[in-house]
Design a protein around this ligand. Structure first.
Ligand code: G6P
Length: 605
């Protein structure tokens, strides 16, 4: 987590740094700060408020200089207080911003204390700053190289030195860092999006790389200390600019962008989009017997939803693993496995590590489904498919989820076809269902006023139970996750059949129970589960397809979705879950796009 932006600009770099931080706030927002070299001095401002407040402070302090570093923090070591906010200084000479965790910081801190260094923060970053200071002999690159050799753990850093006014050094090991170059200068950031306003050409640093930016010169150095050329890529234009427009929050905007995001993803899958997908040759899929899906959070729920599709359409076994669990346990390898990491950012530390773990165990057929081209997971995988959700700013994932589902559905169909589990004609029929999906999504989004009425009824709840069955069970999980992360109401998702094995004990008049009830083969089972709730006074909120004939009654409210959409129904029911969480959170006045304690891109374990 944490966002870094830094560089050497032709003019005052402060506006570019602040704009970059604004775009990086999704990585954490416990504090933020910026420092520049100005008239022979390193000057900084830091705040516990948001980037817009930092911009005010920078203006008030007349911060102005071509060389600077900036940071937005998600606290790991040390509380969110000003002393722990980056940039962190060593004396008045060295300034550092850091993303990641230094695992041996305690030993290093003690060694530095023994040498007379004092610490003014609780951060592991201050260890880096002093270590660089200790190694500084007039060349900041050499100092960073020598200090980096002593660091264990994950980091991306940007460093500047008061005595070398047009120079910034970057280094990465385990956390992302990209170089951006353009007419305005040379920059470093945690992602390309941060620099989309000031750079056109990008270079991703590889593990162990350092970069030396000095004036207009940019040199990458590998872990052996040798100058190296890394591939340059042109900017992938952001599909949507990160502007709110008419919406109150990015989450709301992103919910309503889903029909377009899905249409773009479908177009790409059908070969009508612009993307040059790095997809496997059909023959590579013909002997797949097992699909292993890796992910965290909402991406894990997308994977869980898709398991049913892989089994049904492809006739292969499929398992969705929580990446942080998978990476730390022994597992039995099976021949014919396709490993599919699923991730919005492509940078989530646990998913990336799980992918590497699978590769180290011998899995060489890996296909990442991701929303960010050029991300670490995409680069680490043999194949990739980039969803076309566009930039997702809200911490709670919405359009990334539905576009992941589209990609996973198409993959299941493709594997089924190559294995001969379904015919070409059946595959074509299923793929055609994707074409009409955006319109069906618009119809569901039009239910927003009814959802707002539910939100009013739920706003004071302390606990909410979500129920679903089959491919809608992960939708219940996702609904509960959305509600807890942005409204801070405790919510749990359950497979409805498990109700009487525990959660029924919680059901009273004070317990709202939200049920996703598609008109599928399990509906009559689900109806029995709903009756079990009603009989105990539980308050039911049911998302039902119009053709289910489920009607509102005492203790039961119903929102009717237009009609049953078959196997793709999860993509419609989830829209109501997203809108519901959003409106409950609005009524409770939480910080919807930046919920407390969370960050969008979790690049630490
Ligand atoms: C964080 C975000 C979630 C996201 C999860 C996985 O927890 O808040 O919205 O689902 O990370 O992120 P990824 O980028 O791998 O999909």
């Amino acid at each position: 987590m944490c966002g870094i932006v830094a560089g050497v600009a032709r003019q005052n770099i402060v506006p570019a740094l602040l704009e970059g931080l604004r775009r990086l706030e999704y990585r954490g927002y416990d504090s933020c700060g910026v420092a520049v070299l100005q008239r022979g001095e390193a000057r900084r401002v830091r705040t516990l408020a948001r980037v817009c407040a930092l911009a005010e402070d920078a203006r008030a302090e007349a911060l102005d200089g071509p060389t600077g570093i900036a940071h937005t923090r998600w606290a790991t070591h040390g509380m969110p207080v000003i002393d722990n906010a980056h940039p962190i200084f060593s004396g008045e000479q060295i300034a550092v911003v850091h993303n990641g965790i230094i695992e041996n910081h305690e030993q290093l801190r003690q060694a530095l204390r023994n040498k007379g260094y004092t610490f003014s923060s609780q951060t592991d970053t201050e260890v880096i700053a002093h270590l660089i200071h200790e190694h500084y002999r007039g060349d900041i690159l050499a100092a960073v190289q020598n200090a980096a050799r002593l660091l264990q753990g994950a980091y991306a850093i940007a460093v500047m030195c008061r005595d070398e006014p047009e120079r910034v050094i970057g280094a990465r090991q385990g956390s992302p860092l990209v170089i951006g170059m353009g007419a305005q200068g040379a920059f470093l950031a945690s992602d390309t999006f941060a620099l989309s306003g000031c750079a056109e050409r990008f270079v991703y640093l590889e593990e162990g790389d350092l970069v030396d930016i000095e004036g207009r010169r940019v040199q990458v150095i590998d872990r052996e200390g040798q100058p190296v050329e890394r591939r340059e890529i042109a900017m992938q234009r952001a599909a949507w600019d990160a502007e709110l427009g008419a919406y109150r929050h990015f989450m709301q905007k992103e919910i309503f962008e889903q029909p377009v995001a899905v249409a773009r993803t479908v177009a790409t899958l059908l070969g009508r989009g612009e993307q040059q997908a790095a997809m496997p040759e059909p023959a590579e899929l013909a002997d797949i017997e097992h699909v292993l899906l890796l992910g965290c959070g909402t991406s894990h729920y997308a994977a869980l939803t898709a398991c049913g599709w892989f089994e049904h359409f492809a006739g292969v076994t499929a398992r969705a693993e929580i990446a942080s669990e998978y990476r730390y346990r022994d597992h039995v390898r099976r021949g014919g496995t396709l490993v599919v990491p699923v991730s919005q950012s492509g940078e989530t530390a646990d998913t990336l590590a799980a992918l590497r773990y699978a590769q180290a165990a011998g899995e060489d057929r890996t296909l990442t489904i991701c929303n960010v081209a050029g991300s670490a997971m995409v680069r680490q995988s043999r194949w990739s498919f980039i969803t076309e959700a566009g930039v997702e700013v809200g911490v709670a994932s919405t359009k990334a989820f539905t576009t992941q589902l589209v990609a996973l559905f198409a993959l299941a169909i493709q594997i089924g076809r190559q294995r001969g589990h379904i015919s070409d004609a059946e595959a074509a029929t299923q793929m055609r269902k994707l074409d009409a999906l955006p319109d069906a999504m618009r119809d569901v989004l039009a239910r927003e006023p009814e959802v707002m009425a539910w939100a009013e009824a739920l706003r004071k709840s302390e606990h909410v139970l979500y129920l679903g069955r089959g491919t809608h069970y992960p939708i219940a999980l996702e609904g509960a996750l959305k509600l807890k992360e942005i409204s801070y109401i405790h919510a749990e998702g359950y497979p409805a059949g498990e109700l009487k094995h525990g959660p029924l004990a919680l059901v009273t008049r004070a317990m709202p129970v939200i049920v996703t009830a598609p008109n599928d083969a399990l509906l009559h089972k689900l109806k029995s589960n709903m009756e079990e709730v009603r009989a105990r006074g539980g308050q039911l909120y049911v998302l039902a397809d119009l053709d289910t004939e489920l009607m509102g009654a005492q203790g039961m409210r119903v929102i009717h979705l237009p009609r049953w959409y078959g196997v793709l129904s999860p993509l419609l029911h989830v829209l109501v879950m997203q809108m519901l969480a959003y409106h409950v959170a609005c009524l409770r006045g939480t910080d919807i796009d930046k919920p407390r304690n969370l960050a969008k891109s979790v690049t630490v374990e």
